[in-house]
Design a protein around this ligand. Structure first.
Ligand code: DP6
Length: 322
């Protein structure tokens, strides 16, 4: 009863920020993302009657903090009567630093757990299980451009792949400005935003317009239109966090310098826009022909400690047994 899976993080262009049901971790708004390819997380899940408890090892270190969420996620996929599990994960990028590490982790976890118990691998069921653990994880079950429909009331989420990498190739240049963990988790920050930001209600009510615009842009392959709405949506999400009480500011000086560099590159004709999640890293989304100059320029921004590059990738999938 052992299986392995791999998943890539996804970057939201229209953000999920806020929950309508904290217990079931259902999002308050729909979202749209791109799944990456060169960043990855692998998960090996083994169920055995011989294990006294669930255990989790991440990059060869035991991790206790994430274990309750992992155990609850395994219950959802394999049933609460399941045997205890040994979960071993490897990740090739910084964890809990605003790079969607939890998205890739839970997407890989549900695929591996389902395969380990001989499940059917139904994408939507697995995406929902991953989403209950971490909202953004549901999108990493699918590749390319992915829309997540939040649903209403008791209804669960649903997902639509909009376009794959062949339909519209894109590169994402990630400027890492800090390797440390973020000061406030996304979940806690969303809660605080909902309770205290005067902009939160407007954030909710405008989301469907942003989403419609972004979906149209993907269908029409209109890069400028996509970039304009993605930057607007990102800045709106961060305006909500800045105006929470106490405020949540994920950016540092280099984050702002990278945003400025992206604007300058665009002024010089590069096809690029930025987006930023719950952390200080800047993701510059570009058309492939602009990626070299974007990577070079961001690498030269003071405070940028590393630049990673990725194309668009596939959804979470099982790995053949070693
Ligand atoms: C800013 O999926 O990490 O990256 O459901 O509480 O685990 P939880 O939140 P999480 O939030 C992601 C927030 C975001 C935007 C996005 O990915 O859509």
């Amino acid at each position: 009863m052992q299986a392995q899976a791999v998943a890539q993080p996804n970057i939201a262009l229209i953000k999920y920020w806020g929950k309508r049901d904290v217990q079931r971790n259902l999002p308050a708004v729909s979202s749209l993302s791109v799944t990456l390819d060169t960043l990855w997380t692998t998960m090996s899940v083994e169920f055995s009657a011989a294990f006294p408890d669930d255990s989790l090892t991440l990059n060869k270190e035991p991790v206790a903090k994430l274990l309750p969420r992992v155990s609850a996620c395994l219950d959802r996929v394999a049933g609460s009567e399941r045997h205890r599990a040994r979960v071993i994960s490897e990740c090739n990028f910084p964890i809990a630093a605003g790079l969607a590490s939890s998205a890739a982790s839970f997407a890989a976890l549900v695929v591996a757990a389902d395969a380990a118990v001989g499940g059917e691998g139904d994408r939507l069921t697995l995406a929902r299980a991953a989403g209950h653990a971490s909202g953004s994880a549901a999108r990493s079950l699918f590749g390319g451009f992915v829309e997540l429909d939040a649903g209403v009331g008791d209804n669960d989420i649903s997902l639509s792949p909009l376009a794959d990498a062949e339909h519209w190739p894109m590169e994402v240049v990630v400027a890492i400005t800090e390797r440390g963990k973020k000061p406030v988790s996304s979940g806690d920050a969303m809660q605080r935003s909902a309770e205290t930001s005067p902009f939160y209600s407007r954030w909710l009510s405008d989301q469907s317009v942003d989403l419609d615009t972004a979906r149209d842009a993907v269908k029409q392959r209109d890069f400028d239109k996509l970039g304009e709405i993605a930057e607007h949506n990102c800045l709106k999400m961060h305006s909500v966090t800045w105006t929470s009480r106490p405020p949540i500011v994920y950016w540092n000086t280099a984050t702002v310098a990278c945003m400025q560099a992206v604007r300058e590159l665009r002024g010089q004709g590069a096809a690029v826009f930025f987006t930023i999640d719950a952390g200080p890293q800047v993701k510059a989304v570009c058309l492939p022909e602009s990626a070299d100059r974007v990577a070079e320029a961001l690498g030269n921004v003071p405070g940028v400690v590393q630049v990673m590059r990725s194309g668009l990738g596939r959804g979470a999938r099982r790995l053949a047994a070693a």
